[in-house]
Design a protein around this ligand. Structure first.
Ligand code: TK8
Length: 335
């Protein structure tokens, strides 16, 4: 009887202890939300980030991941970061432009000829300066991850020339330059949040959209889109960002843990994303009509959207546009 009591008491004590330790373990919680689903390279890299942060903070920081716009769309999540009610998100640069105008520069069509040229500019002074500017709006920009080269899909016809785009209703990201570029090609562009896109295509509200191969495949866009073309018209960076209110509260050693993990996860993300985009293009060939443009055909698209540069140069800042173009040239000269 006595022995049982002692055993029960020790068990109860153990339970209390376990409970206390597990609830006390994490002092800080990062809730991270994205628009893509949990099969995306972006989500895989967030899992990698979570593992690093939880390990290197000895469990003082816990990271919870939310995908598929569960916490809102890109703009809403950025606003939540500003208010300090969500800690982390990773939007494309296009919806960042209303917060920090200079981000518009990266969504100029045909700006980055290669992934490596993009890395050079984004990791260089121009990219890092723009990340820094996010602090003025209550956000800390940690690193440029990668969404990737955007490719056109539609449900109407194969697209080989800019003329084929005429009259197509194309969903774009919420960014004036994306709108302008598709208008130049004669399309009817409509800006829309990513979370609404699948049903808009399914219901025929739009005929088409543009996103990297991985997204087209993994978000099942091929179920509602028959045709795709490797337009590659824009290289879309992602920005991994954290609420400034939250980041400022972290002791500096834990800030370092988060910052370092963001950089390691950046490399993981670029590697994974490039491999996945190549892999999913091949898979798409089985389920869609895929048009691969010749260099001449691609040049016709580049020419068609060229007026966007003149239209937006002043709005973006002529110096900034020229600086990015000069750095791309500088990178190419080193190759
Ligand atoms: C996901 C978006 C998406 C982007 C878009 O939240 O909106 O088309 O390419 O990946 O950031």
């Amino acid at each position: 009887m006595r022995k049982n009591l002692i055993i029960n008491l020790s068990l109860a004590l153990l339970l209390v202890l376990t409970f206390t330790v597990s609830t006390m373990a994490a002092e800080y919680t990062i809730n991270a939300g994205i628009g893509l689903n949990d099969k995306s390279a972006q989500y895989k890299s967030l899992e990698f980030f979570k593992e690093l942060v939880e390990k290197n903070s000895d469990g003082q920081i816990e990271v919870n991941l939310y995908h598929s716009s569960q916490l809102g769309d890109d703009r809403e999540m950025m606003e939540a970061l500003q208010m300090g009610v969500q800690e982390m998100t990773c939007p494309s640069t296009a919806p960042i432009a209303p917060f920090v105008n200079g981000f518009k520069v990266f969504d100029l069509p045909f700006l980055f000829p290669t992934h490596e040229a993009a890395d050079y500019v984004l990791d260089g002074p121009v990219g890092q300066d723009l990340l820094k500017q996010l602090e003025d709006v209550g956000i800390v920009g940690l690193a440029f991850w990668e969404n990737g080269y955007r490719q056109l899909t539609n449900s109407v016809r194969p697209v080989e020339t800019p003329e084929d785009v005429k009259g197509l209703k194309i969903r774009t990201m919420e960014n004036p330059m994306h709108l302008a570029a598709w208008k130049e090609m004669g399309a009817n562009p409509t800006p829309m949040a990513f979370g609404e896109l699948f049903s808009a295509m399914q219901q025929g509200v739009v005929d088409g959209q543009e996103n990297p191969w991985g997204t087209i495949y993994l978000q099942n866009f091929f179920e509602v889109q028959d045709y795709t073309t490797n337009t590659g018209h824009v290289y879309s960076p992602f920005v991994l960002m954290i609420s400034k209110q939250f980041y400022d509260k972290l002791p500096s050693d834990l800030q370092d843990v988060v910052y370092e993990a963001a950089q390691k996860a950046k490399d993981h993300n670029r590697r994974t994303n490039r491999a996945m985009n190549a892999e999913y293009l091949e898979k798409l060939k089985d389920v869609m009509n895929v048009t691969i443009l010749t260099p001449e055909q691609k040049a016709a698209f580049q020419e068609a959207v060229q007026p966007v540069y003149d239209q937006f140069k002043d709005e973006i800042g002529a110096d900034l546009v020229e600086e990015v173009q000069a750095q791309v040239k500088e990178f190419q000269a080193q190759q």
